[in-house]
Design a protein around this ligand. Structure first.
Ligand code: 5GP
Length: 203
């Protein structure tokens, strides 16, 4: 069976990447979302094993020492990591796996899985990013400033990504369709069909 495509999606807080991916999953059944492990506390409404596998610091450190995470980072004082079985088993079963992770983790994945496709979702401009973060109404001023500052650091790495999707206000479908289009094209690329020749000639 052909291996699935591994896609990494990153974007600064306020890019709307989670909302875009939500729409992608509504429109297409061809993807598996990798549920990460984290030590941050669940937010209201979050359920263990749905948004994240919630772990204690000790549990997470055991996962690291047992080599059960393929990449991990610390973000705002908490660990976040991608669990190895999700990536390895699902990809081998031909599933297209999506990792929604920040840039540090994305760079680790790029090293370990050079065939992975890296997509960056961004707001149209800085003013929109700021307006979205303020519009949430749930973040403190300090938190907003920290997220804006972090976005500057994250976006410095933009040219390590393969694709850039600009997520305009009120054009969610357009962003989701672009994402689906990228994945469909990538699946047709020669890079992602390495065994074409051998299969064709039954070698
Ligand atoms: P949040 O706390 O808002 O859910 O996530 C904070 C950041 O951590 C987001 O940028 C999110 O994409 C990133 N993140 C979530 N899971 C992982 C993971 O498994 N690995 C890495 N490197 N980042 C993650």
């Amino acid at each position: 069976m052909a291996k699935g495509l591994l896609t990494v999606v990153s974007g600064p807080s306020g890019s709307g990447k989670g909302t875009v991916l939500g729409r992608v999953f509504e429109k297409s059944e061809g993807f598996v979302y990798s549920i990460s492990a984290t030590t941050r506390a669940p937010r209201p409404g979050e359920v263990d094993g749905v948004q994240y596998h919630f772990k204690t610091k000790e549990e997470f450190e055991s996962l690291i020492s047992e080599d059960k995470v393929v990449e991990y980072t610390t973000y705002a004082g908490n660990y976040y990591g991608t669990l190895r079985p999700v990536v390895e088993k699902d990809l081998c079963e031909g599933k297209n796996v999506i990792l929604e992770i920040e840039v540090d983790g994305a760079m680790q994945i790029k090293k370990k899985f050079p065939d992975a496709v890296l997509v960056l979702i961004v707001p149209p401009d800085y003013a929109t990013l700021e307006a979205r973060l303020r519009g949430r109404g749930t973040n403190t001023e300090e938190d907003i400033l920290r997220r804006l500052e972090r976005s500057r650091e994250e976006l410095k790495l933009f040219n390590n990504y393969d694709y850039l999707i600009i997520n305009e206000d009120n054009r969610l479908d357009e962003a989701a369709d672009k994402f689906i289009g990228i994945i469909e094209s990538e699946k047709l690329s020669t890079v992602h069909n390495p065994d074409f020749y051998n299969k064709f000639y039954n070698n």
